[in-house]
Design a protein around this ligand. Structure first.
Ligand code: C2O
Length: 546
């Protein structure tokens, strides 16, 4: 591999969408941020210089960071933030990975504007396990906010109420023609007839899972979260925040003399308000014989907003290739089992006060096993590495919920969470199984759970309460999907397995930033192994201080 140098200047830039001009926090003045393109085996060296008033960190979402956990990026987990006027050099090698990933800010809600594609091509002379596409096109979904998302989450955390929502979804930063004052800001994909295009889809939106479809064209899924999958064809995709999906688009053999909309809009089952709007892009054949306005325009049909069974069926279609060249290394035996409830709850309302949270609580909260994660004041990884955990974190994160109840029946009376900075310690190379159960406490809701530092295998999923006596018999340990983000089904559960072969401190969290902010996160501490290549090296000299 080669070493690729990038410079990320974090600076403010005026950007106009929907007739609103705003000063955005950006990388190099770009919205969305620049594309990073590398090959498997390359080293990436990215110097991040912070010129804005906000603190910032950058996360390389889905990069395993083998023995390079200092450069993972989540604030107060692997590093202290890069403060105004300071810089930090992220420096890591892409080992054994190729495909579509993305990078994003990992502090507060800054990733609303600070994100971009991270594309890893196969090694020189290595080919895809599918026909070489004519062209490759990154399609990154995001949001546009007429207000400052940083102010939105700040206010929501102060009042305890649910946050305001975005004003538009975007494709490559463009909301498209279905919004007011947005026609000229439309993503247009010009194609030639009779060719195959590889679309690299990335959901970088803060808080919404999305359905996606292109009128009159089916899509063949070939990769998810930078892992090849057994190809399958579909008209509609579901993609959660944090997930990436590569699809092949075969264009019509001859110019159809028509124009085709591509649409994305949310899948949502939770309570409260959400951005229920639709982003449109346009697929057009570039040698069309008639003028754009004279051609018929087709729109795809998308499932209902709360089409939970559709989502479950779609998720089940993902299978690893499981070939000699691309094996599925599913742990066949499990050394540590965990049962985690994930969901929303609340903090108590102080006596004699009226509060704005759910059921007159002081605040919305979110938790895993009823622990709502509180960010420490210094980075967990530093505290762990230098053996100074005292007063920073404890290692008593519960392996099962403290009060089990019927998760899909009547919610328990007590929805109050406990707060804490708790982690689970895993010896090097532990094989782990985690069942993630939606609690449905404040309504059933899907949670896209993301694990840093590892890919995991999705060995099982279902609706209702997980049954430890029955469900494991149906686990797929042969060719399950390997991913870094999976939706915990609304009113259901999902089971994952991974091998803890990467020393460091690794965050696991809901990739809805609102739930992340409310505490739906926890940390795994993976100890060093015995061999030199199983140890986390010391931190880089320029690691920011808190
Ligand atoms: Cu894409 Cu912890 O994040």
């Amino acid at each position: 591999g080669v070493t690729r140098h990038y410079k990320f200047d974090i600076r403010l830039q005026n950007v106009t969408r929907l007739c609103h001009t705003k000063s955005l926090v950006t990388v190099n003045g770009k919205f969305p941020g620049p594309r990073i393109i590398a090959r498997e085996g390359d080293r990436l060296v990215v110097k991040v210089v912070n010129h804005v008033p906000n603190n910032i960190t950058i996360h390389w979402h889905g990069i395993r960071q083998l023995q390079s956990g200092w450069f993972d990026g989540p604030s107060y987990i692997t590093q202290c933030p890069i403060q105004t006027g300071q810089s930090f050099v992220y420096n890591f090698t892409i080992v054994g990975q190729r495909g579509t990933l993305f990078w994003h800010a990992h502090i507060s809600w800054l990733r609303a504007t600070v994100y971009g594609p991270l594309i890893i091509l196969p090694k020189q002379n290595a080919s895809y396990p599918f026909l070489k596409p004519y062209k490759e096109v990154p399609i990154i979904f995001g949001e546009w906010w007429n207000v400052d998302p940083e102010a939105v989450i700040k206010q929501a955390l102060q009042t305890g109420a649910g946050p305001n929502v975005s004003d538009a979804y975007t494709i490559n930063g463009l909301p498209g023609p279905l919004y007011n004052c947005s026609k000229k800001d439309t993503f247009r994909l010009k194609v030639k007839p009779g060719k195959t295009y590889l679309l690299r889809l990335i959901n970088a939106a803060l808080n919404d899972e999305l359905f996606f479809s292109i009128a009159n064209h089916s899509l063949t899924v070939v990769e998810a979260d930078a892992i090849y999958v057994k190809p399958f064809t579909t008209n509609v995709l579901v993609i959660t925040p944090g997930q990436t999906t590569n699809v092949l688009l075969k264009t019509k053999p001859h110019d159809p003399n028509a124009t085709f909309f591509m649409l994305a809009r949310p899948y949502f089952t939770g309570l409260g308000t959400f951005d229920n709007s639709t982003v449109a892009g346009i697929l057009e054949y570039d040698n069309s014989t008639s003028a754009f306005n004279k051609r018929p325009h087709f729109k795809p049909a998308l499932p209902a907003l709360n089409a939970t069974s559709f989502v479950m069926n779609f998720t089940r279609k993902f299978k690893s290739l499981a070939t000699a060249k691309f094996p599925a290394n599913v742990p066949q035996t499990v050394q540590k089992r965990f049962f985690f409830t994930v969901g929303l709850g609340s903090n108590p309302c102080p006596k004699n006060q009226t509060c704005q949270g759910p059921n007159n609580s002081s605040k919305f909260a979110a938790s895993i096993n009823n622990i709502s994660f509180i960010l420490p004041t210094t980075a967990l990884l530093q505290a762990h590495f230098f053996g100074k955990s005292n007063g920073i974190y404890t290692t008593d994160f519960p392996s099962v919920p403290l009060q089990p109840f019927n998760y899909t029946g009547t919610p328990p009376n007590n929805t109050v969470v406990s707060n804490g900075t708790k982690a689970i310690v895993l010896p090097f190379n532990t094989s782990v199984e985690v069942v993630l159960q939606d609690t449905s406490i404040l309504g059933a809701e899907s949670h896209p759970l993301h694990l840093h530092g590892f890919n995991f295998y999705v060995v099982g999923q279902g609706f209702g309460n997980f049954n430890p006596n029955k469900d494991p018999a149906n686990f797929n340990v042969v060719d399950p999907a390997e991913r870094n983000t999976v939706g915990v089904p609304s009113g259901g559960w999902v089971a994952i397995r991974f091998l803890a072969d990467n020393p460091g401190v690794w965050l696991m969290h809901c990739h809805f930033d609102v739930h992340l902010s409310w505490g739906l996160r926890m940390a795994w501490i993976v100890q060093d192994g015995k061999l030199p290549n199983q140890k986390l090296p010391p931190p880089p000299a320029d690691l920011p201080k808190c």
